[in-house]
Design a protein around this ligand. Structure first.
Ligand code: AHM
Ligand code: MG
Length: 335
């Protein structure tokens, strides 16, 4: 039987052999993985753990928080605040950044996360997940503030997600391809189950919330109309559709077998560029997708090149198999 490679060993080798990650970043990623393991346990308990249902509070985006949104947020903060590897954290569930308290040593990294993505699926036992992104503090910076987080996604030093589905799977990039780790519940550790993941450049599967069709912009409508026209239409082939309504699960499928995912701007809230958040949803997913040979744009620009102007900024998202993303993006140009 071939030897199992744990996440710890994988990270040590990334640090030691390949020199990809400094020890502080390795420690940070181990702590994030440990927090995901704890969140996975809470998710698995479900009604037995009293974790389902709403918390009767709202986050900064004006969304009703679920109990698990808050639990997952607390688990990530508590796991990460004392290790000395972070300067501050930011989360979908917190209005302002969380600066590491003075009683703990401070490190040079910034951690951003959506603690529990796919909140609408929590109570119905459908896959949900945690998304995270790691940035470095700008050099020569004495104090930490929100401005330090406002870096384009191409400056991420690590990104990933953990999907809580039939299996708990952690997917990670430190800029050297994408690796997947499956949680071995008996051993309590993440085990490497796939490396060098590649997304096929072509696909016949798209993911979009079709109920918003009447609110879309013309380029998005054209792209989807052409897919729906199937073999008789301009694309000359049939397309399949999937929409899980958990970005982690939709992206996980795309990393596994290809596809295109879209959450475009729509006319329901015309002043917002989209539903998904740039810094802790779109950026980490865009980097993972690019590292696996796919592409990610907002229709007009590479997501990783967008200069954020606020922590909770939203963005229109097209990501997945390269040729489909390029096509959908080309329908948007010129302005
Ligand atoms: P959340 O972070 O509050 O869970 O919202 C993000 C989720 C994504 O995971 C998913 O792609 C999208 O919202 C689903 O939206 P909709 O319910 O409009 O289909
Ligand atoms: Mg989310």
């Amino acid at each position: 039987m071939s030897k199992k490679i744990s996440l710890t060993r994988y990270l040590v080798e990334q640090q030691r052999v390949d020199g990809h990650i400094p020890s502080q970043l390795r420690l940070l990623l181990e702590v994030v993985a440990r927090a995901c393991k704890n969140i996975s346990q809470a998710v698995n308990k479900g009604a037995l753990g009293g974790v389902l249902g709403t918390a009767h509070s709202e986050n900064v985006q004006g969304e009703i928080q679920k109990k698990l949104d808050i639990i997952a947020n607390e688990v990530l903060i508590e796991a990460n605040e004392w290790g000395g590897h972070l300067a501050a954290m930011a989360s979908e569930e917190m209005d302002a950044i969380y600066v590491v308290p003075n009683r703990y040593p401070k490190g040079e990294y910034l951690l951003l996360f959506d603690p529990l993505d796919g909140s609408s699926n929590i109570d119905v036992n459908v896959s949900i997940g945690t998304i995270f992104s790691v940035l470095k503090m700008p050099e020569d910076d004495r104090g930490v503030d929100e401005g330090d987080f406002l870096q384009p996604g191409r400056q991420q030093v690590a990104a990933g997600y953990c999907v809580y589905g039939p299996q708990t799977t952690l997917v990670l990039t430190v800029g050297d391809g994408v690796a997947m780790f499956t949680l071995d519940r008996e051993q309590g550790s993440f085990v490497l189950t796939q490396e060098n993941i590649r997304i096929p450049e072509d696909t016949q599967e798209f993911a979009i919330n079709m109920s918003n069709m009447r609110h879309w912009d013309a380029p998005v409508k054209r792209y989807i109309d052409e897919c729906l026209a199937g073999r008789e239409g301009p694309r000359g082939k049939d397309f399949n559709m999937r929409w899980i309504a958990s970005m982690v699960a939709d992206v996980h499928r795309i990393l596994t077998r290809g596809g295109v995912f879209m959450y475009p701007w729509d006319a329901r809230e015309p002043n917002k560029p989209g539903k998904l958040r740039l810094m802790y949803e779109a950026n980490p997913m865009a980097w993972l997708i690019e590292q696996a040979g796919g592409a990610a744009t907002n229709g007009r620009q590479r997501i990783l090149d967008i200069q954020p102007s606020s922590l909770h900024e939203r963005v229109s998202v097209i990501l997945g198999s390269k040729n489909e993303v390029d096509r959908a993006t080309s329908y948007h140009a010129p302005l």
